[in-house]
Write a protein of this length. Structure first.
Length: 171
């Protein structure tokens, strides 16, 4: 096993777009990728992903994907918003890592920027993930990340709801 410890880094400037939070991760093992965002559906996804990883004896990768804050109002406002978003992201990923640690599951976390469905798929492809686990919640005016993942993924996608998970596999 390769042990890597990386402290949480907060962005010093607007250009710092990715942060890695790492625990102990076995080498060459296909993980489960679980998307987190701090919502109640996300908490259900964390619980389900930890349970699946423990049963399958595979590591977990938690991913928080943030859309970049608008720079429309100028640099000071952009920087404050970016700092707030990154602080929230670090808390969410740290909470998910703590849940995995309590269950004895090896896990790591990443904070990425961009379109959530595309970045989650990229990460799952790069890591050759066994399964992608996401939460499901209602979006009134925007496209659902879970639906986008189910349509585009070439691997199984598990959509966790507050009450019970729904399993959808790739075509």
């Amino acid at each position: 096993m390769a042990a890597l410890e990386t402290p949480i880094r907060r962005p010093a400037s607007a250009g710092a777009a990715e942060v890695r939070l790492t625990r102990v991760m076995p080498e060459k093992t296909a993980p489960i990728v679980a998307a987190v965002d701090g919502s109640s559906a996300s908490r259900g996804a964390v619980e389900l992903a930890v349970k699946l990883a423990a049963e399958l004896k595979v590591p977990l990768v938690f991913v928080y994907v943030r859309r970049g804050p608008s720079g429309l109002l100028g640099r000071p406002f952009f920087q404050r918003r970016l700092t707030a978003v990154m602080t929230h992201a670090c808390r969410v990923v740290a909470g998910a890592l703590h849940a995995a640690e309590r269950a004895g599951v090896d896990a790591e976390g990443e904070i990425l920027e961009g379109a959530p469905d595309k970045r989650i798929l990229e990460l799952a492809t790069d890591r050759e993930a066994k399964v992608i686990v996401v939460g499901s919640r209602r979006h009134r005016f925007s496209r659902s990340v879970s639906c986008g993942l189910m349509r585009a993924a070439e691997r199984p996608v598990v959509v966790a709801r507050s009450s019970r998970p729904l399993l959808a596999s790739a075509p």
